[in-house]
Ligand binder design. Sequence first.
Ligand code: ATP
Ligand code: MG
Length: 563
Amino acid sequence: MASDDKASGIANEPGRDFIRDIVKADLDAGRVAQVVTRFPPEPNGYLHIGHAKAICLNFGIAKEFGGRCNLRFDDTNPAKEEQEYIDAIERDVRWLGFKWDALFHASDYFERIYGWAEDLIKAGKAYVDDQSQEQMRLARGTLTEPGKNSPFRDRTVDENLDLFRRMRAGEFPNGARVLRAKIDMASGNINLRDPVLYRIVDAPHPRTGTTWKIYPSYDFAHGQSDAIEGITHSICTLEFEDHRPLYDWFINNLSVPSKPHQYEMARLNITHTVLSKRVLTGLVRGNHVAGWDDPRMPTIAGFRRRGVPAEAIREFIKRIGVAKANSIVDAGMFDFIVRETLNKTAQRRMAVLRPIKVVLTNYPEGQSEELDAVNHPDDEAAGSRKIKFGRELFIEQEDFMEVPAKKFFRLSPGTEVRLRYAYFIKCTEVVKNAAGEITELRCTYDPATKGGNAPDGRKVKATMHWVSAEHSLPAEVRIYNPLFSNPDPTGGEGFEKDLNPDSLEVLLGARVEPVLRDAQVETPVQFERQGYFTLDKDATAAKLVFSRTTGLRDTFAKETAKG
Ligand code: ATP
Ligand code: MG
C-alpha cells in the first residue's frame, strides 16, 4: 500500500524540530526562565487541521518544557468576527486534548494598545493619514520601487494627537483616516513603509460592544499582546517572516513589559484540501457543504463529526513534523493514520451497504438462532455479542456474480462460501424480475459448518459479511469522497471549479445488525470489510444515519483515481 510507505517514511523524530531546539537552547542558556507560548486564532471561522498544527506545537511545547500556553483570540476586526466562532474554537481546542493556562483576547488590551499608539505619536513616530486606501496603495511602491511619502506625514504631534483622539471618539466615517507608523517609505521591506496602526471601523465588537470606533491592525496588536502576556516564543507561519522586522520595531520602540521573539514555521498544506478560512467560509455560505461541521470539511468540527479521533489528528501532526520550508502532505497519509488508530479501538460490526436478499431454502421456516461474534479480533477484553441468523439474509450485491469474473471467489451459482460466524452456503438459484434484474438468491446452507468450519475439512475461498433480513435495521449510510477533485485545488477566487461533484454518496437502503441501535456519535465502529463508520448527529430514533470515517484500504487514492 502506497500510504503505508509514506506514513512510515517520515523522518521526524517525535518531539524534535527546529523550534523545539530553539526553545531548549534558550532554556539551557537561561535566556528564558519558563517557556510561554500562545495559540492566537482570529474568531472569523472554525478551526481547520492547519490550526491543529499550530495548536499541537504551541500547547505541546509548553507541556513538554514545563511552560505555559495561552489561548488568545485575535479579535481585532469586528466586521468579520462572531461569538459562534469563539465558542467553536474553545470547544475544538479542548476536544483536541489541550488546556490553556489562561484565556485572553486582544480586545482585553485595547486600552493599552491605544496608549502605545499615543506614545508613538508623541515621539513623532506615528501620524494620521487622510489619504484614501487607493491613494495609499499607489504610494506604497513595489518590490523594486520605493514608496512616496504621504502629504500628511509631517503633521505636528499636536495635530496628530487631536485627530487620533477624534478618530477614537467616532467623529469620522469608516475609512476617512488611518493612523500610520512613521518608519521608512523607501524601505526594502514593504511592511516597514509606514504601516497602518489603526483603522476606523464602526461595527459592534462581540466583546467590547460599541466602545471602540477604531481598531488596531494585526501587526500593531499582535506583538504587543505577546509582550503583555510575557510570551517567550511567538510562533506563526512563514508568510509572517517579512513582518518580523516590524514586530521587532514595535517591541523596540514601545515601553512594553517583555520582549518576545517571533519564529516562523511552514503552514500545513494537504492534497485535495484547502486550508483557508476564506474558502471554507465560501463553502459554507455558498451551501456547497452542510455547515462548518460537514464531515467533508477539513475543520476540526468536521473531522470530529466524521468519527476521526483527536488522537489520530495529534499523531498526524506529530508525524508530519515542523519545518521551515513549505510543502504539501498527501491526504492519503492522514487517512492512513486515522485507519491505523481506529483499527486498534473500533469494535467490529456487520452491515450490508447495498443489500441483496438471500433465502436459505433448507433452513426451517419461522426459525432463527443466535451466533457469537467477536467485537475485536485483537482485543479479547472487548468481548463478544450475539447476532441473529435466520432463513432470510442480506448480503452485499457486489459479493455475488451470476457469471463470475476471473479471480472472483465470492458467491456465484454453484460455489460455496462462508458467512462470517455462521455457516457455509451455496447458491442454487438466481431469481429475477420481469426486467431481468436479480431480486433474490436462493441458497442452501450446511448445518454441519456452524461457526464457519466444515467437519470434513473442505475449504472455501471467501468469507462474507451478512445480516438477518428479519432482525437487521434499516439505515442511511453516507460515504464521503474528497471535496476537491483537483489534488492541488485553487485556494482563492474560483475555488468552486475544483469541487468534486461526487463528494457525497448517500446509500438509503443499507441494513445493519441490531446492536447498532445503541451506536453513539463520535464512536466509530468497523463495518467488517467496509470501513469505519460512526453514527451521525442527523440520526433520530426512527432513522439510523452512519457516516463513513474512512475505508479499510487506501480509499483516498482509489476514489480519486476513479473520479
Ligand atoms: P486562514 O488562512 O485559514 O484564515 P489564519 O492564519 O488567518 O488562517 P488565524 O486564526 O489567524 O488563521 O490562525 C491562528 C494560528 O494558526 C496562527 O498562528 C496561524 O499561523 C496558524 N495557522 C493557520 N493556518 C495554518 C496552517 N495551515 N498550518 C499551520 N498553522 C496555521
Ligand atoms: Mg490570520
